[in-house]
Write a protein that binds this ligand. Sequence first.
Ligand code: KIV
Ligand code: ZN
Length: 546
Amino acid sequence: MSNQPSPDRILIFDTTLRDGEQSPGATLNVDEKLTIARQLARLGVDIIEAGFPFASPGDFEAVNKIAAQVGTEDGPVICGLARATKQDIEAAGRAIAPAARGRIHTFIATSDIHMQYKLRKSREEVLAITPDMVAYAKTFTNDVEFSPEDAGRSDPEFLYQVLEAAIAAGATTVNIPDTVGYLTPTEFGTLIRGIKENVPNIDQAIISVHGHNDLGLAVANFLEAVKAGARQLECTINGIGERAGNAALEELVMAMHVRRSFYNPFLGRPPESEAPLTNINTKEIYKTSRLVSNLTGMFVQPNKAIVGANAFAHESGIHQDGVLKNRLTYEIMDAQSIGLTDNQIVLGKHSGRNAFRTRLKELGHELADQDLNRAFLRFKDLADKKKVVSDWDILAIVNDETQQSPDHFHLELVQVSCGDHASPTATVTLRMPDGKELSDAAIGTGPVDAVYKAVNRVVNSVVDIPNELIEFSVQSVTAGIDAIGEVTIRIRHEDQVFSGHAANTDIVVASTQAYLNALNRLYTALQGGKVIHPQKDKLEAAAARV
Ligand code: KIV
Ligand code: ZN
């Protein structure tokens, strides 16, 4: 077996489309996943975990299309997740087949609590299944990653044996997950060091880490793991993922970028080395964060490190004064390094399509003609209402126009009347799935409530889609009374959450469109059946599907 060369930099394995998509309500459709995958490739991630192909036909299709369209010769490795079963591995193998470089990531739990209660398997059984399934995965691709799930709470001695068996069977990456976000940085570092010292064939595999943020320690844990020898980090954009989420890609990358001289020696480089520690093009970070937030409906908290709205804002007078005198007094990184710009261009009524297209290109968006036409019309409409159209406005329009959810219920008209002496009343007209237009009106406690009630009356007149609104947020894209408002909402149907997002200078219109986007997603899911969960559903249930 050939030795796996230790990479001379840190590999970034992005699992936004798999673990990130396991966030409640973050369900993405195939086109949205492709859009994100393309952006992840521009960002420069080394590996995209594109999904869990056995989970549903939609997941299979998404991984397969990403493999074909994004997994090019010079593109990222495309990875499919699989439990340690033949059916899962076969589905992952078929899904990644079109990629120039495809990976299967197979996993099985190794902690006593998981083996006893979830798997109902003994240590001996898990130790036998692991090399069998790694070897089976090798029949589809040479690039096989193995994860002992809940490694953080596994008996280290048993963990060493499982990892040795996985590597002996051909695993080229061994990933160490802190599945429940339990470890502290010191413990995580010790775990990685223990693996390096006690797994005899560890030099034949790359050590990767995966971790959840239940105690807010995921990023700190990973950085400690890097010091101990981990060379692949599994992370997500904006840190989205199961429960409290995964380690955030942008935080890891910027920590290593800004503090390069601290981390360089752990990779055997002199502290002053200028060579980047990752392959990430940091200028694509902000755009990627917005894209993922808009498409998943997972709102980024304003004080979120690196990509939060306040991350580069200075409120206190003392800070503002200091920054004006010398930026470095209160800023450890430049906003431009993550792709933020304060460029304001005035593109008015008379600006042509070419100027608009050129600006979009500078912002990193090359749209197909049809999308460009729609975005341009929206831009003209906005230029009529706003004096200054900023880059932020343009990005909001483009995101809104190119990130459409299915269009079963299409908004034709929305009108509200409200005020301090009136009952908020809304009238809406929707184009229904059969092409007919239906209208209705409703009174609510406020204009948005009235609109949602009117939409429900129209929709429920033809199909029953019970749902509960669990989150509604409005954010302005820029300062100023004429700013575009971005609305993000989440609705719950039984145990599933669906999100919707829309942008408009009229927040009632944005709210209506966001609600319809969420309803359309829910309607699609009701038609397509339920998705199984890679870690929670029983193996038997999965086997029964084949
Ligand atoms: O959290 C976890 O353990 C996982 C594995 C599938 C790697 O997501
Ligand atoms: Zn996970």
